[in-house]
Design a protein around this ligand. Structure first.
Ligand SMILES: Cc1cc2nc3c(=O)[nH]c(=O)nc-3n(C[C@H](O)[C@H](O)[C@H](O)COP(=O)(O)OP(=O)(O)OC[C@H]3O[C@@H](n4cnc5c(N)ncnc54)[C@H](O)[C@@H]3O)c2cc1C
Length: 412
């Protein structure tokens, strides 16, 4: 007997579970299929595990370097297996939260692979589910390129790297997008010899050029070796030859050169949300797409925040300076080292850069502790067309990093 639902969703990552919960609140009878773990890549293999391990690495580094704060530590020990254990606990806790929310919303969860038969039929484990509407939110997987195919032992993907039981002595990371930068920081914080290779002329090629250059400076200070405008020519017997002729013999290689949307053939009448849609591959983008689909709430695709975690944090939205070439625009740059709070925290690296046109902020590029939180204030202003003059009327608390935004408004 076929089962009848208002909405059938394949994939329980941020796109899928958000769509399920929002549709269920609206009274729809929803079924969701997940072949691996509820929470998708974001919770199980992406955002959450990396940020959990990153946090441990930062505490470790700060503890070792805390003498400057008047705190002397000795015998600081790192037990990486406990770091991983905690990462798994965090994932499980959050996963249970989503599972409970789905249960409370009376969403039917089928832990199995599913296949779309046509625009109103899903098949899973021999059963057919009749759905008035179908959402496909099957995500993406690490990109495989010729010559850098994962062997899951030496040549690792961002999934494999989470399975390491011990830290390697050295690692070579290919690709300096968010994943490459975050893992470079994690390994370097833990004292692993880290080498980062980027094909583009600068690290973080999608960022504003001044952000890229600042991160290169920070990496130099942190003694993270990196090569830009460089490719891997050959990997043979554990030796990696770069296009500049240098040869390295790292214990592991992490290939972080992007992700490929799930190749499910597209069917008319089905909504494709999240990474599978082939648009921006970010969890919050997937969530907003799902909310737009179910609740009809629009969002501004031009102001989707990008965040790269670590010390200092990196966050941006809107136009980059290189996008404005040949146009009239104004710019202000406030150094984080001019802020009292930064000195209190001993976190003075970075800047807050605002770009404006016709008295409206069109781009924000932040390298600073709390950059992700700072950015969000400006996103609200940008989206609501609040002018620079109007923003000057806002009272910013002292001492905070947001004073950097306030100062920037008067310099633009
Ligand atoms: C290392 C790493 C770090 C990241 N960090 C961040 C970050 O800090 N911030 C951020 O915004 N984004 C980050 N991302 C990206 C983010 O994880 C993705 O954009 C997000 O998970 C996409 O959500 P989604 O719902 O489209 O798909 P996914 O999260 O990929 O979920 C898709 C789900 O569908 C399931 N599925 C696929 N096919 C089937 C099938 N046939 N039947 C049943 N189930 C199926 C899969 O098992 C999976 O669970 C990171 C990604 C990685 C890899």
């Amino acid at each position: 007997m076929t089962k009848q639902y208002d909405l059938g969703i394949i994939g329980a990552g941020p796109a899928g579970y958000t769509a399920a919960l929002h549709a269920a609140i609206r009274g729809q009878n929803v079924v969701i299929f997940e072949k691996e773990n509820i929470g998708g890549v974001c919770l199980n293999k992406g955002c959450i595990p990396t940020k959990t391990i990153l946090h441990a690495s930062e505490v470790y580094k700060q503890t070792i370097n805390s003498e400057v704060l008047g705190i002397t530590t000795s015998n600081v020990k790192l037990d990486y297996s406990k770091v991983i254990e905690r990462k798994n606990i965090v994932i499980e806790k959050l996963r249970k939260g989503i599972e409970l929310a789905l249960k409370n919303a009376r969403v039917t969860v089928i832990q199995n692979e599913a296949k779309i038969i046509d625009k109103s039929k899903i098949q899973s484990d021999g059963e057919i589910y009749d759905c008035k509407k179908i959402i496909c939110a099957t995500g993406s997987t690490p990109k495989i390129v010729k010559g850098l195919e994962f062997d899951h032992k030496f040549l690792l993907s961002s999934d494999d790297i989470l399975e390491l039981k011990n830290l390697p002595k050295s690692i070579l990371i290919i690709g300096s997008g968010a994943i490459g930068i975050e893992w470079s920081r994690i390994f370097s914080n833990f004292g692993v010899e880290t080498i980062l290779i980027e094909l583009a002329p600068h690290l973080l090629p999608l960022a504003d050029i001044e952000v890229s250059k600042r991160i290169e400076r920070t990496f130099k200070t942190d003694k993270i070796k990196f090569y830009t405008g460089t490719t891997v020519e050959q990997i043979q017997n554990g030796n990696v030859t770069l296009s500049n002729g240098e040869v390295f013999s790292p214990e592991k290689i992490l290939v972080a050169i992007g992700r490929t949307p799930d190749s499910t053939p597209k069917i008319d009448g089905i909504s494709y949300l999240g990474d599978v849609s082939g648009e921006i591959q970010l969890a919050h983008y997937a969530i907003k797409q799902a909310i737009k689909e179910v609740d009809g709430i629009e969002f501004y695709k031009d102001f989707v925040p990008s965040v790269v975690y670590g010390t200092p944090e990196i966050a941006w939205t809107g136009k980059r300076e290189q996008d404005l070439e040949g146009q009239e625009y104004k710019k202000s740059v406030v150094l984080v080292s001019s802020l009292g709070k930064a000195w209190c925290d001993n976190e003075t690296d970075g800047f807050i850069k605002l770009l404006s046109q016709n008295d409206k902020i069109v781009g924000v590029h932040i390298v600073s502790k709390e950059a992700s939180a700072l950015l969000q204030q400006i996103v609200i202003a940008m989206q609501n067309d609040i002018t620079v003059d109007k923003l000057k009327e806002v009272c910013f608390a002292h001492p905070t990093y947001s004073e950097g935004i306030f100062d920037g408004l008067f310099k633009i």
